[in-house]
Structure formats: C-alpha cells, structure tokens
Design a protein around this ligand. Structure first.
Ligand code: NAD
Length: 497
C-alpha cells in the first residue's frame, strides 16, 4: 500500500499520526494511506519555516524569482504526471486535470514577475531635507488550507506568491487528494527552494485548528466550503492573524431571449457538468428569461445531458468523471431526492448511474431539473455535483433580483447579444466575478480571484496583485539627511509650514 509522506524542513517522511484512506473514486478502491501529521510535526514545520524565512526574506527578489522560473520549467515538464496524480485521487478526466495544472502554472508564472510588484514608492523633500519611501515586506511564516476540488491549482493560488514575496509557507492540502501537492513539492525542492520555505503537513480539523492557533503563523489563506471558511476566518482573526477565507458558491447564468441558445446549451454543459460539477465556479443555476427561452433551453439541454459521456480518467472519451467520495455521492443523490420531493421537475435523473467494470466507483449521472424555485433546498444550497437547476424568470429584473438575494456571490454569467443589458448586469450584480458570454469567468493569474457575500471572508481576494498585498505588509520610512539639522524641540504635530 502506498503511504503518503509529509514534508518538513526539506525532508519527506511518514508521519506517526493516525491514518486515513485515500480512495480512487473511479473504482472505489483504496489507493493510498495518509498518515495525518501530528501537532508536534506542525511545530517542527513552523520552527523550520521561521528559521529559514529570515534568510529567504532577505534574499534579493530576483534571486527568489530565479527559483520560481526553474519551478515553472519543471512543472511544465511534469504537467502530465501531475494531472495523473490529480485524476487518480480526485476523479476528474485527464484533459480537465491538465487544464487545472496549466492554471496553477499561470500563478507560478505570475510569481516570477513579483519583484516588480514589491517595488515601493519614493518621495523626495516631503519636508526640509526629509525623504519618504514605502516598501512591502513579507509577513514571515504563512499557511494555506486547501479543498479537494483543485488539489494542484488552489495551493498554487497561494504558495508561489507568498514565497516569491519572501515568506515561508505551511501547506495543509485536502486529505482526500494529497498526492499532487506532494509531487509539486518535490519539483519545487528540485528547483532549488531552500529547506523549510515550503512545508506540507496533512490533516483534518485538528491540524487546521493547530495552524489557526499557532502563534508563529502570521496569515492564513483558506479555500473550501462556506461554514468552514467562516469558522477559519473567525478563529484565525481572533488569534490575531490576517485571514482570507474563500467559501462556497451557487453560480447563476442568466440567458436573455436574444442569446444564441446552442452556444448557451454548450456553455452550460461544460460549466455545469465539467469536473462533475465540483468547481466553485461551476454554473449550477440556469436562469432563462421568458417562457419561450426557458422551453427552448430545456429542450436543447435534455439530449445533451442524457448523452454525457461519463467514465474514469483513463477513458479518453469521458467528458466527466466520478465525484470524489462515496459520502459525497450519497449527499448529491440526497439533494436530487429533495428536489423531487419539493416539487421540481426532474428532466434527467442521474441517480442510479452505474458503469460496467467500475461498479464500485462514485458516479452520478448528469441531472437536470426544471421549474426549480428559490424556496427549494436544491436552489438554496451548494450541491457540488453534476446537477443543473433551471429557475425560470419572467423578466431580466427578476433574474437580477434572484441572484442578488442569494447568500453566495462567487461567480455569475449572462448570455446575450444586448450590450446595454450586459453592461448594466456587470455593473449591478452583487457577485465578485462576472462573465459576459463567458460561462466560467475565472480571472487570469495577473488579476485576482474572489467572490462577494458569503463566498469570501476577509478583505483580500486571492492571487494576482491582491495576493501580493495579502502576503506583504506596507512599511513607510521617513528619513532626514543630513542628520545634524537642529531646530529645537517642536511640540506641534509635524506638518509642512
Ligand atoms: P471543505 O470545507 O470540506 O474542506 C476544505 C479544507 O478544510 C480541507 O483542507 C479540510 O481538511 C478542512 N476542513 C474540513 N472540515 C473542517 C473542519 N470541520 N474544521 C476545520 N477544517 C476543516 O471543502 P472541500 O469539500 O474540500 O471543497 C469543496 C468546497 O470548496 C466547496 O464548497 C467549494 O465551493 C469550495 N471551493 C471554493 C473556492 C473558491 O475559490 N471560493 C474554490 C474551490 C473550492
């Protein structure tokens, strides 16, 4: 049995902690054992990071960036292997996993240019012989806690930027698919990263609490579900840390009557069922405006959903894989049951889907509901599975109101040929990331990612320029030269006279 190690102070070793199984969701078999790191191993990790960070924080940013360039080259070289690790434990199909790796590499690419963003500002003669400059300095040791759905990319939303800014980083990946982040760790070390600058510890709530309470960890980035994001934000900020905690989502796509419905149906297939709906930017609610639009859309979606190709990542034709665990599959099926009980029209039923030769796998077939209403559980809660709900709106205003009243505000999209409506939508919608004729508007690595409302706790979005701000603190220095100017004691508040 493959036993997954943790990585502390430049060494990989098998933790002495309690063990949990890691599954291959395509078959339902146990693929590895994961020993959860102990709190004493966390203390060792933080101590090694704290020690190493002093020199790393003082290393010229260009020298740090050179390690990042090598890391990027190695990631390019091993992208296929990383994608295979992701698929084996997460279940997503190979091309989708490769896409994840590519978006992670984009963040490393961005981090190669971070020296440019660490530059401060300088003002000469702010007072007599007085100059002033500002500087962005690293925080020290920072940590990241990540979800199962992007085991390679979401950690790379965090540690490349943090490390390029001069911090040391403690990563706690999801315990459901920890192998991809371990492979990335190997590559980073091969690129020449000093020991202790990136440590990986494994664990569940106990480890998360250990991180949140550790006095030497100065900031925590979290990505996961909303209840845990809120908990992490509250406990972390109470302990005096800077926290950014990204949570769950319910992303709506508004379809106006003038939209090209074939384009819309294709976009909804990818955005609703890609990665089995296990994306925080997945579209889980389609909002056609007007009865005709709704009828035509459902008619176009039904055959597409029925003919979705579902299979293991090893099947090159598969468009969608299994969901991550048996518990998660049962939860999704429970949501479909609730939708039926509460009166939604089940157009395509994915319950009971089984694949010959893979009967033990955690598959759910593509599911489509029509006439879903805002009171229903399947509308209110994040399902995180291949279930698309059609909520019909009579008018554009009703569609906007629906979205603005939802507790989540991660992503949204509108499909239309009407520029006025699109601009108004982008302006008024209370959601952090908006797509106009773009179904999954995940910002590129040199912008920043973040939702509104209960999809993000904290003041900073993640990666890009916001990531640099999150992982640094501003210092402003005011200096007088020559030093020997004497003017006597001055009791009024310093100002330019
Ligand atoms: P999760 O909240 O269950 O787990 C996330 C992390 O928190 C994991 O590392 C896990 O070990 C830890 N954790 C789990 N339970 C905990 C507890 N009780 N106390 C402390 N820590 C705990 O999320 P998940 O199921 O791994 O991922 C799916 C969720 O992540 C979805 O809700 C999805 O929308 C969200 N997500 C959000 C974004 C975003 O950018 N907003 C991106 C990806 C995923």
């Amino acid at each position: 049995m493959n036993v997954i190690e943790n990585a502390v102070a430049g060494k990989r070793y098998v933790s002495t902690g309690r063990r949990v199984p890691v599954f291959n969701p395509a078959t339902g078999e146990v693929s590895a054992e994961l020993p959860l790191s102990t709190l004493s191993e966390l203390n060792d990790a933080v101590a090694s990071s704290k020690k190493a960070q002093v020199a790393w924080g003082n290393t010229p940013p260009m020298k740090r960036a050179r390690v990042m360039f090598k890391f990027k080259a190695l990631l390019d070289q091993y992208a296929d292997d990383l994608a295979r690790e992701i698929s084996r434990e997460h279940g997503k199909v190979h091309d989708d996993a490769l896409g994840e790796v590519a978006r992670g590499i984009d963040c490393v690419d961005f981090a190669c240019g971070i020296p440019q963003l660490l530059k401060g500002e300088f003002s000469r003669n702010v007072g007599p012989s007085i100059d002033s400059y500002s500087d962005r300095q690293p925080l020290g040791v920072v940590a990241g806690i990540t979800p199962f759905n992007f085991p390679a990319m979401v950690p790379m939303w965090m540690y490349p930027a943090a490390i390029a800014c001069g911090n040391a980083f403690i990563l706690k990946p999801s315990e459901r698919d920890p192998s991809a982040p371990m492979l990335a760790w190997n590559l980073f070390m091969e690129a020449g990263l000093p020991e202790g600058i990136l440590n990986v510890v494994h664990g569940d709530k106990e480890m998360v609490d250990g991180i949140l309470d550790h006095p030497d960890i100065k900031a925590v980035s979290f990505v996961g579900s909303t209840p845990i994001a809120e908990y992490v934000y509250q406990r972390g900020t109470k302990a005096g840390k800077r926290v950014q905690a990204l949570g769950g989502a319910k992303n709506h796509m508004v379809i106006l009557p003038d939209a090209d419905l074939d384009q819309v149906a294709d976009a909804l297939m990818g955005a609703g069922y890609g990665s089995a709906g296990e994306r925080c930017m997945a579209i889980s609610v389609a909002v056609p405006v007007g009865k005709e639009t709704g009828d035509a859309l459902v008619a176009k979606l039904k055959p597409r959903v029925e003919s979705l190709k579902i299979g293991p990542a090893t099947d090159k034709d598969a468009e969608m894989g299994p969901v991550v665990t048996k518990i998660h599959r049962d939860k999704i099926v429970g949501y479909i049951d609730a939708g039926v009980e509460q009166g939604a029209d089940l157009v395509v039923d994915g319950r009971g889907f089984s694949l010959q030769g893979y009967e033990g796998g955690y598959y759910v077939g593509g599911t489509l509901f029509d006439n879903v209403t805002p009171e229903m559980t399947i509308y209110k809660e994040e399902i995180f599975g291949p279930v698309l709900s059609v909520v019909r709106a009579e008018t554009y205003d009703a569609a906007v109101k629906l979205i603005n009243e939802h507790e989540y505000g991660n992503g949204t999209a509108i499909f239309t040929r009407d520029g006025d409506a699109a601009r108004e939508f982008a302006d008024k919608i209370e959601v952090g990331m908006v797509g106009i004729n773009v179904p999954i508007p995940v910002p590129v690595a040199y912008h920043s990612f973040g939702g509104w409302k209960r999809s993000l706790f904290g003041d900073h979005s993640i990666y890009g320029p916001e990531g640099v701000h999150f992982y640094t603190r501003l210092k402003t220095v005011t200096t007088r030269w020559p030093a020997g100017i004497k003017g006597g004691a001055e009791f009024s508040f310093p100002s330019v006279k």
